[in-house]
Design a protein around this ligand. Sequence first.
Ligand code: TXA
Ligand code: MG
Length: 349
Amino acid sequence: MGGIHTNVWYVDDDVDIEKSYPQIVEAAEWLKKNEVVAFPTETVYGLGGNAFSKQAVAKIFEAKGRPADNPLIVHVASRPHVEKLVKEIPHEASKLMDAFWPGPLTIVLRGGEGVATNVTAGLDTVAIRMPDHPVALALIEAADLPLAAPSANLSGKPSPTTAQHVIHDLTGRVAGVVDGGATGVGLESTVVDCSSDTITILRPGGITKEQLEEVVGHVEIDPALTDDSHQPKSPGVKYKHYAPSAPVTLVDGTSSFLQSIVEKRKEEGIKVGVLATEETEALYKADVVIPCGSRSDLISVANRLYDVLRRFDEANVDEIYSEVFTEQGVGTAVMNRLSKAASGNVIKE
Ligand code: TXA
Ligand code: MG
């Protein structure tokens, strides 16, 4: 734990943003002084700092323990903000902004000379998104700055979906946390590269490939997402991520197959956790069984995933076995995060 005092500001995200304004102004003051502040977005909590200040951005990397070669997303509250950051906005990128902003879509564009060099980790592109959360937008406007912000977790840990997760990871390491309650989507934004002629998904997320294709036609998927022999274009994707302390294994098979693995491990004296669903929870006998949403609603699985992974840490299990999900719609993003949490460990029936 670090040494600085961490303020916590409570704001009412949906009732009365005006009432919360003094807290937001106070948090914005810290941002203007190039300190770092965590805030809610509709995906996960972000750890924000002035994107123009190398010193502020360095504090973000330090607080998280993030590798310096992993660039940050710049968060804006309006389109004129974007025009200050890049020389030109290609037509297709503009169509995506019209369709999905504010929302869980990060757009990688050529340029970014305007922001501090450590934001882009030396790349000649910059990732930008407009979050769909009243508190995030109010904070960016009050600070009157674009905010560089990665997810507000310690590097390698599951992203935070509540202020409590942030407080757990970053107390003593950041100037403050704006607590606006639980986030919405629960998984990070989709990152889409619009810096060349082919539009490519670099990281699956809240906005699906199908949704993007409705707006701009065919969209590619970075081959590195499904094939380890490729170097990912989004540097962050190569790191082990989203992982609780106990090793995670995905089990591609029936519940009774998963239960048979659990039994073997329990006989060996291992404390076992199972990531189940509402439909299957009752079928498992393990030390800790946590339902992660419903199989009939993958959005509910996305919503719960990071909190569930963190709850296994709290329960101190030795090993976690997880069900798998269909890779359709937001299921693609769920399986991307689960596979990373499992470092690719899968047992097939
Ligand atoms: O939903 C989100 O995107 C959350 C909230 C806080 O906005 N933020 C988030 O940031 O997930 P972070 O830092 O955890 O992930 C950013 C991802 C990384 O995979 C990074 O490598 C990629 O975006 N990225 C950033 N700049 C890039 C660039 N210029 N080119 C390619 N990928 C980039
Ligand atoms: Mg992250």
